[in-house]
Design a protein around this ligand. Sequence first.
Ligand SMILES: [Zn+2]
Length: 578
Amino acid sequence: MSYLVLARKWRPKTFAEVVGQQHVLRALVNGLDQNRLHHAFLFAGTRGVGKTTLARIFAKSLNCEQGVSSTPCGQCQSCLEIDSGRFVDLLEVDAASRTKVDDTRELLDNVQYAPSRGRYKVYLIDEVHMLSTSSFNALLKTLEEPPPHVKFLFATTDPQKLPVTILSRCLQFNLRRLEVDQIADHLAYILQQEQIAFEAEALRALAQAADGSMRDALSLLDQAIAFAGGTVSSEIVHQMLGSISSEHLDNLLIALIEQDGESLLQQINELAALGRDFNTVLDMLLMALQQIATLQMIPDSSASNDRTLSLQSLAQQFSPENVQLLYQIALHGKRDLPYAASARSGFEMTLLRMLSFQPMQIQLPDREVPLKKSQPTESKVPSAAPVDLRQPEPRSYETTTQLPDESAEPLTEPAITADEPQTQASSDNQTAEPVSPVVEPAQPQLSLSADNWTSLVSQLRLSAISRQLADNCALVRIDGQRIELSLAPELAHLATDKARQRLQLAVSNQLDQTVEIIFIDPADTPQASPTLAIERAEHESSRQQQALQSIHNDPVVGMIKKVFNARIIESTIKPLNH
Ligand SMILES: [Zn+2]
């Protein structure tokens, strides 16, 4: 007897044998048992998830000689014939090969005739989205007024391509991809029945590679059985798939944690010698990092098994930011792999890149307490940054933790913290609070001149309009008690009598002597002092320039730009307040 492939041999014959798709099964079983049946069903889902299998079992349930029920007997003539694909009233059509309208007409011509053997005539049209528009029209006529003895079962991988008129006349079921666990468990069950020894990890690897499709998983299992000739071991399966064992994978991750370049290179050599597919290995690395990241956020997120336990231990040794960074590097490495001179060199570069970069070596200052620029040593205490969970201290950590120690330069921070509340008065500040950026200390007996005018203005207790007025005035001349100020013509509206009086009072208080303030036309006096507003604007602009410069010159930013092909958004750079 010829060998029957597993996918056919183990095709489920009853609803109870179907793996997964419980939501669809429940609806079908209820419909059958309560005899409330629609005349057209659409099963949508990717390949190998059980669309036609469900349709066939459904056809059996309708035509079993024991009566319509969700549990066809499987023994009667009808059941046996449907199982072996010989039942005359089950018309299976692959729309992919019959798209012409004539084909559909021919198919539908017989719709009005009663079934020759069974209770219902069942049309099973696979890949129904492939039908032509005119075929759909022919089909639509029948769907609008279906004879009572006809049921339509459509299967498609692409329901979006079906006309709305067809969709609206069908009861639609969306079949899901199967979980890795569901597939692995089913493979284990089949191998037990077939009396073939196996290793659990081998089945997980196969299930992973099948990407949600049971049919693909069974084909791979066929291949693995043929390849192994005996036990389906993880070694055999990894060899077949070009993947690596979870032990290998963990060793790669441990070498990354321990910053052990030598071990990493040695392992890559071994993988190359074993002929493993580096693209697949990179996929596995990505998947492991994703699982680790999930475990770090939600420790109880997956069922506890050996694999989870070892991932959990890795999750404790990586910092969450590090996992995120490694994931990004792996993702970019995968993208660039086709361009690398060889898959191996591309893989090796990706891992070396992972070794080179440690995230956030420059600790950002604490959000609550802005970092004082005069105390750069404070930055060595990681305050706001998450605790580093790695046990072994990475080599590059100490050397790069130093903040740039040109303490005169304003500290800068990247866009991620741009929303930090600004505490310093900005140039258009109108409040009465004393503003700080001017260095001159308070001097009650200030003798006034063009040189210290802005310093005086910054100390005045003013608010609203009078503050704005003071900030924008230039000192022209002092004549005894009389102070002559000028104001740009476009700001002349600020010089109201009230504002002038307030300013006069504030200056008198500050100088401890009564003064008189008058405004003169700036056109008459080309020589005047700077205004506080202009000084501030210049100061801000130079701080901004310094901030831009220090971001552009930052080696870490430079590396990030290179590695991730990143671009600096200059508008998000702000000088750090201090
Ligand atoms: Zn039967």
